[in-house]
Design a protein around this ligand. Structure first.
Ligand SMILES: Nc1ncnc2c1ncn2[C@@H]1O[C@H](COP(=O)(O)OP(=O)(O)O)[C@@H](O)[C@H]1O
Ligand SMILES: [Mg+2]
Length: 254
């Protein structure tokens, strides 16, 4: 896998020659495949906070980073976001909502995420397909075949390389989220019963257990900077240059 890095160079071939050739160019050299990282978990778990901190760390290391969110993230999807979060679609039932989420995701994937990955960008996304599995599938009581079919259509092969699940008791997350939303009031999903939020926590943990290659769970009750260090480690492990740097550091140490 190759990642775009500002001022970086092709890794595959001719590294020294290219280094010479591009030595004074500051723009990044675009590569073949980026890295797709999604942030999942309940309300107030710290997803948005941690995504910002990770984006800052990776940008500071010279990587090309794109942050985005769901529902939304592209023009078409942002148009649907308000319908979903305001609750305007709620009276039409959870199937309708699920299809709207899928429509928004499809637009987001094709217009924003896939092109960015093709440019070699690291894409960080605040909520993605696992939120639909949990919110519409588990706590929406939609049959899993319906949810799986929508997921396949919406994602269209763009599966996250890493999904970080922020885990904390629902009561702690909600308290944080409600404090944050003091001016706006809770959205369509934040308003639901505590029992529903706890069920979602369990559902996210089940996803992590079923897909240990892709998912990592972090304890989100800790201070933000402690969590951020863990998150950076989880993602750095997937970056070829970081990996190489660590391996050579280990070699020097032995
Ligand atoms: N580790 C943490 N400890 C305490 N408060 C936090 C932590 N992470 C985030 N917060 C605060 O909690 C609220 C919700 O965080 P946010 O990142 O918006 O969560 P999410 O995006 O998962 O809903 C914000 O006000 C944020 O400043
Ligand atoms: Mg958020």
């Amino acid at each position: 896998m190759t990642i775009a890095r500002r001022g970086g160079f092709f890794r595959q071939t001719n590294r020294l020659n290219r280094k010479q050739e591009y030595a004074d160019l500051e723009e990044h050299v675009s590569l073949t495949k980026g890295l797709f990282v999604t942030f999942e978990g309940g309300e107030g778990a710290g997803k948005s906070t941690q995504m910002r901190l990770l984006a800052d760390s990776l940008s500071a290391r010279g990587y090309d980073v794109l942050t985005t969110r769901e529902p939304g993230g592209s023009a078409g999807a942002e148009a649907v976001r308000h319908v979903l979060l305001s609750g305007a679609a709620e009276p039409f039932g959870v199937r309708m909502e699920a299809i709207l989420f899928a429509a928004a995701r499809s637009d987001h994937v094709e217009q924003v995420i896939r092109p960015a990955l093709e440019r070699g960008t690291i894409v960080l996304c605040d909520r993605f397909m696992d939120s639909s599995r949990v919110y519409q599938g588990i706590t929406g009581n939609l049959e899993s075949s319906f949810v799986e079919t929508l997921e396949r259509i919406a994602v269209n092969g763009v599966i996250p390389d890493r999904t970080i699940i922020f885990d904390l008791p629902a009561s702690v997350g909600l308290e944080r989220a409600l404090r944050r939303a003091a001016d706006e009031g809770p959205d369509r999903f934040e308003k639901e019963q505590m029992e529903t939020h706890e069920k979602r926590r369990g559902a996210f943990l089940d996803i992590a257990e079923a897909d240990p290659e892709r998912c990592r769970v972090v304890d989100a009750t800790r201070p933000p900077e402690v969590i951020a260090a863990d998150v950076l480690d989880l993602v750095a492990a997937l970056l070829p240059e970081e990996d190489a740097a660590r391996t050579s550091a280990a070699e020097v140490a032995t």
